[in-house]
Design a protein around this ligand. Structure first.
Ligand code: ADP
Length: 484
């Protein structure tokens, strides 16, 4: 890995606490899922170290919060510039630990950086409000203040962007952060911390815990009353545990949880555009995103055509090591991810689904799975109910608008949804009916820092990005001035 980096100092085999690099006798390994080789050995920190980091963050936060918005903005702007300047190295680290193709990894770095840029701008615009008083001698002001110390837990599927999306708004408004990236992919978070350090972020304002003891660290985050806010991206199952743990202290939570995105193609859609949208929505990141199309509903009049055209495109995908030329699809994160994908396919096939393409693993090492399309799928199959998190597109057939809306909403999840149609009346009707936090209409790629990302129902709480994103890290204070 070292040899591939222009700036070797971006690879940090240590945790980052109070502006310094922390080592330990106890360690764990980070593995490249394309080769199964160990690429780094990191300190295994425990609950006590986490407690210490939280304390450090508390004192750092006070000094950080009283800086002007512009002062904080300048540090974040510098961090953005450094992320862009080092995008190639950051992408290399990301591909090594997570497996996605290098070009896609670079895209993720720029996406992560865009949140840092956005919130560097927002840092200066944390506006309050004045409200006409209810008595002649009263003046009313609403001010917004940073919530305090924030704990952040992030997953492995976007090792850079998920943490960037949390620390950018938190730091912008004057919070301090103690973060715990997924143990599978901590190196991207540590590289980001190194750049934040170079950008002049004061010691203790950002801390990164490295550990495989996620439940223990999570408990400390939830039970330590210095932590005023927990922000989490990951599974609904773990989100539920964390929310429960936070309930004792009525701790504020933001949760970006699982999805089960419907992707609907109506008869009047531009089918080629729908195929392109499905390709990006389904097969990006080897199907491992929480906004990936999980259930593709195709109206009967265009089912055959859509399936055929999609299969043609899927046949062009190239599975392999993210550093190889032309590779579009990297490995899944580990063996258990492969098992789940295979389970979903087997279950569907046992109940009558047909494999149009893929359905199995390529020969050789690495956690690879061939991009797959299933037809003849129905709602009793596992794949209709659970998030697959792999490169499998199940194609359901439907007849009417009512029918597909009912099926699309028949899930406890409510993150992303997509549909392709052209009739304006229908478009509006479906937009209103879909019970999702995000709707892509004639678009398969909806993530951007300028829009509010987030889910409803059991997909989570809060929004990331946009003019709304800072609110997750702010408290509102109403001031009543009397005797005026
Ligand atoms: P994924 O399917 O993406 O691995 P998880 O919800 O299991 O989703 O993991 C997301 C993040 O939550 C990771 O950083 C993981 O280490 C962490 N995590 C897993 N279990 C717990 C837990 N019980 N408490 C706190 N964090 C946890």
């Amino acid at each position: 890995l070292m040899n591939k980096l222009t700036d070797k100092d971006l690879l940090k085999p240590a945790a980052y606490i109070n502006g310094g690099w922390v080592y330990s006798d106890k360690t764990f390994n980070v593995t490249n899922p394309s080769t199964m080789e160990v690429i780094a050995t990191l300190p295994e920190l425990d609950r006590e170290a986490t407690q210490n980091a939280i304390q450090v963050a508390e004192s750092a936060q006070r000094a950080w919060a009283i800086k002007t918005g512009k002062e904080r903005a300048l540090v974040l702007r510098k961090l953005f510039d450094l992320m862009v300047a080092n995008a190639d190295d950051l992408a290399t680290i990301l591909t090594m630990e997570m497996g996605k193709p290098h070009a896609e990894a670079r895209g993720e770095i720029l996406y992560g950086a865009s949140f840092v840029e956005w919130f560097s701008e927002e840092a200066k615009r944390i506006y309050g409000d004045t409200i006409p008083g209810h008595q002649q001698d009263i003046r009313i002001i609403v001010m917004k203040q940073p919530i305090g110390v924030v704990a952040a837990i992030t997953p492995w599927n976007f090792p850079n962007a998920m943490i960037a999306r949390k620390i950018a708004p938190a730091l912008a408004v004057g919070c301090a952060v103690v973060s715990k990236p997924a143990a599978e992919t901590p190196l991207s978070a540590l590289a980001l911390a190194e750049l934040a350090d170079r950008a002049g972020l004061p010691a203790g304002v950002l801390n990164v815990i490295t550990s495989t003891q996620s439940a223990e660290i999570g408990k400390e985050f939830c039970e330590n009353d210095t932590v005023r806010k927990l922000t989490f991206t990951g599974s609904t199952e773990v989100g539920r545990i964390l929310m429960r743990q936070c309930s004792d202290q009525i701790k504020k939570v933001s949760l970006e949880l699982g999805g089960n995105a419907p992707f609907i193609v109506f008869d009047d859609a531009d089918i080629d555009a729908a195929v392109d949208g499905a390709m990006i929505s389904k097969y990006r990141n080897a199907g491992q995103t929480c906004v990936c199309a999980n259930r593709l509903y195709v109206q009967s009049g265009v089912y055959e055509e859509f399936a055929e055209k999609l299969a043609k495109k899927v046949a062009e995908l190239k599975v392999g090591d993210g550093f190889s030329e032309g590779v579009t699809t990297g490995p899944l994160i580990d063996e258990s991810a492969l098992t789940k994908v295979q389970q979903h396919i087997d279950d569907a096939v046992n109940q009558g689904a047909k494999v149009l393409i893929g359905g199995d693993r390529p020969e050789g090492e690495g956690a690879y799975f061939n991009p797959t399309i299933l037809t003849n799928v129905n709602k009793t199959m596992l794949i209709a109910k659970e998030e697959t998190f792999g490169p499998v597109a199940p194609l359901f057939i439907f007849e009417t608008v009512e029918d597909v809306i009912e099926q699309a909403n028949d899930t406890e999840y409510g993150l992303a949804s997509y549909f392709y149609a052209n009739d304006l009346k229908k478009v509006w009707r479906v937009v209103e009916a879909l019970e999702y936090g995000m709707v892509g209409v004639n678009s398969g790629l909806i993530s951007t820092e300028v829009a509010p990302f987030g889910g409803i129902k059991q997909s989570g709480l809060g929004r990331e990005g946009s003019k709304y994103g800072a609110d997750d890290y702010l408290e509102m204070k109403y001031v009543c001035l009397g005797q005026m």
